[in-house]
Design a protein around this ligand. Structure first.
Ligand code: G3P
Ligand code: CA
Length: 331
């Protein structure tokens, strides 16, 4: 109605709350997303995986023992199994083996309780949210605050899920369409580490697409030989045919203390740059979550963001959106 403030356009560079305010609440819970919005984040980031009945829910990986209390539910003991997903063999419980109704009986748990004891205090309190609930939250908070709150979803393991009969990118677009957000001006970015799914998305939606890249290796769908090849001038021109921007590992912005040419090279072909992930716990994260983190910067989230802002980035992912917003204001 007319009593509601009109949404304002996004400030730039955009602050993307990585898994919500995941430095301060258990990741991928409505509480983590809501706190991120309270702290001024422009976008909240859900990683998405499908349930057995094809509902997209927010989890960083389909294995859920590390971030829920599933292991303490005797009724699900026989769901424990071993799978190989994109080359990694994991024993545990998997989202795609649970209906949404079953998943909703679980409660979120902090992944890194030794590092984030304050978060662990919330263990057992929050449900696993659906994409639909996250969209509703973003819309409600947009109405209440008069700021535009966007979502920045990532479909995890899209080729794997399509192969086992759960095509997640098409589900995502269907959900966005239902929300009136399947358009170029919707407050949405879709991101992926894979390539073929982004090219498929380019054909079915006008929503802005972000090609994620890691510091090592290459896309799980084998579409290009490596992320290093993607960063060559020819590789970047190819990405620009389907994507709006790049989501590099923040380590790719630097060679020692000197900037690499990544930001300039991406901008030269019209790609925006949104690096990930600025957080305080760099040193102590398990190796598979460390992604180019520099031990020398432990604790200096603001300093790291400030240096990246100096390179002309267009947005950034952070576990600490309040630090992100304050650092942007001071820059
Ligand atoms: O999506 C950007 C960043 O979130 C990639 O890392 O592993 O946290 O999804 P991850
Ligand atoms: Ca992500």
């Amino acid at each position: 109605g007319q009593d509601r403030p009109m949404p304002k356009p996004f400030p730039t560079p955009i602050v993307i709350a990585h898994r919500g305010a995941s430095g301060s609440r258990p990741e991928h819970t409505l509480a983590a997303y809501e706190l991120a919005i309270d702290q001024g984040a422009d976008f909240i980031e859900p990683d998405l995986v499908p349930t057995k009945d094809d509902v997209l829910v927010a989890r960083h990986e389909n294995a859920i023992a590390e971030t829920t209390d599933v292991a303490s539910h005797p009724e699900f003991a026989d769901r424990r199994t071993t799978k190989t997903i994109d080359g990694q063999t994991i024993t545990g419980w998997f989202v795609e083996d649970f209906t949404l109704a079953e998943l909703k009986t679980l409660r979120a748990r902090e992944r890194l309780p030794q590092l984030r004891a304050g978060n662990a205090a919330y263990d057992g309190r929050f449900e696993i949210p659906t994409l639909a609930e996250i969209i509703d939250l973003a819309k409600r908070r947009t109405r209440e605050t008069g700021r535009t709150i966007g979502i920045y979803p990532e479909t995890k393991h899209p080729t794997y899920f399509a192969r086992i009969g759960h095509p997640t990118d098409d589900r995502l677009v269907a959900e966005l369409r239902r929300a009136g957000w399947d358009s170029a001006d919707a407050p949405v970015f879709i991101q992926s580490f894979e390539v073929k799914n982004l090219q498929h998305l380019h054909g079915i939606t006008k929503v802005r697409l972000i090609q994620l890249m890691a510091g090592e290796g290459g896309p799980a769908d084998g579409a290009v030989p490596s992320y290093a090849a993607m960063l060559t001038p020819a590789g970047l021109r190819q990405v620009a045919t389907y994507a709006y921007g790049l989501g590099p590992d923040k380590g790719q912005l630097w060679q020692g203390d000197a900037p690499t040419s990544l930001v300039a090279d991406a901008h030269a072909v019209g790609l925006k740059v949104h690096p990930w992930t600025y957080r305080a716990e760099n040193v102590f994260l398990p190796a598979r979550f460390r992604h180019g983190d520099d031990p020398a910067t432990h604790g200096d989230v603001a300093g790291e963001i400030r240096r990246a802002l100096g390179l002309g980035i267009d947005g950034f992912f952070t576990d600490y959106p309040l630090i992100g917003v304050e650092t942007r204001s001071a820059a």
